[in-house]
Design a protein around this ligand. Structure first.
Ligand code: R5P
Length: 293
């Protein structure tokens, strides 16, 4: 097995290689003067299983393009199997035509990957209107979850906590985590007006006054969702407010926005490399790759 990366997720890729005692080999990716992509493997691939570790952030478009070029080249060079480990898989939120004429991006992304790779492994993929990854992928597709790792982190670091899921989609994480720790959880109802404007209201009241509130979501992008949930917790006199995201996209001024709304700490997993990474998902990926034959 050879582990490689197209640029994003190099840290996790190297850790996976070390733990599996497999070779890590880089891919050279550059541009010709006119912008055409140049890609070169730097090791022998014939007969090997190639694992491309690549989160789709930053630069989701280029990531997808680089993966397709790498996978096609690997097969062309005789690789036996190409596995994509995408700790964060982009495009999954556009899972329907919200407005007439829109692309259903998740289906297009999956179709391109179905053609080029043999298997995909991802973590807490944004499966909302789909039942599972099988709804879009025809290749074997595994969706792992960082739930238990997040619960362990909260249990160790945050006492007297209450867990909030800022919308129904995130409640699956919040409820599981709260049960594992043995604390209360609640869910908010989110109405989204645009990519940058959401409103939340409480559905199930729980005691927040004096508690260390933890808001858990799969994705933190612009930070609006967390900021709105934090304002609610602040109004209810929470002692502290921690935001935990599996995938910290943290675009635009997300960090400042959340802090201004009362968030005291922002924690993410290393599905996307960022200075807020405190929860390491490498073990989930290593265990899954060990199961691959
Ligand atoms: C949406 O359904 C996701 O679960 C997240 O709540 C959302 O992507 C967060 O986006 P933002 O940080 O821009 O509010």
């Amino acid at each position: 097995m050879i582990i490689t990366s197209c640029g994003n997720s190099q840290g996790i890729a190297k850790n996976i290689a070390r733990r599996l005692k497999a070779e890590y080999s880089s891919i050279t990716i550059a541009s010709f003067p006119d912008g055409d992509i140049y890609l070169k493997f730097n090791t022998i691939l014939k007969g090997k299983r190639i694992v491309i570790v690549q989160s789709f952030q930053p630069h989701p478009d280029m990531s997808l393009f680089d993966i397709i070029f790498a996978a096609e080249t690997a097969k062309d060079l005789g690789a036996k199997k190409v596995i994509l480990v995408a700790p964060y898989l982009a495009y999954m939120r556009q899972d329907k035509r919200f407005n007439a004429g829109e692309a259903i991006s998740s289906r297009i992304m999956a179709k391109l990957l179905n053609n080029s790779i043999d298997k995909i492994i991802t973590i807490d993929s944004h499966i909302h209107r789909y039942k599972s990854l099988k709804d879009v992928f025809t290749i074997p597709a595994k969706n792992l979850t960082a739930n238990s790792l997040i619960a362990d982190y909260i249990k160790k670091k945050i006492k007297n906590s209450v867990i909030i899921g800022p919308d129904w989609e995130s409640y699956q994480w919040a409820e599981f985590i709260a049960k594992k720790i043995g604390v209360d959880s609640t869910v908010l109802e989110k109405t989204r007006f645009s990519s940058r404007k959401v409103k939340v209201k409480v559905l199930k009241p729980v005691l927040i006054k004096g508690k260390n509130v933890v808001i858990v979501d799969d994705i933190i992008s612009t930070g609006h969702t967390i900021a709105e949930a934090a304002k609610h917790a602040r109004n209810m006199k929470a002692k502290s407010i921690t935001a935990i995201g599996v995938h910290g996209l943290l675009v635009e001024n997300a960090m400042d926005k959340m802090k201004k709304s009362g968030v005291t700490k922002i924690i993410t997993t290393n599905c996307i490399e960022h200075k807020t990474n405190k929860i390491d998902v490498t073990s989930l990926l290593v265990d899954e790759l060990k199961r691959d034959k």
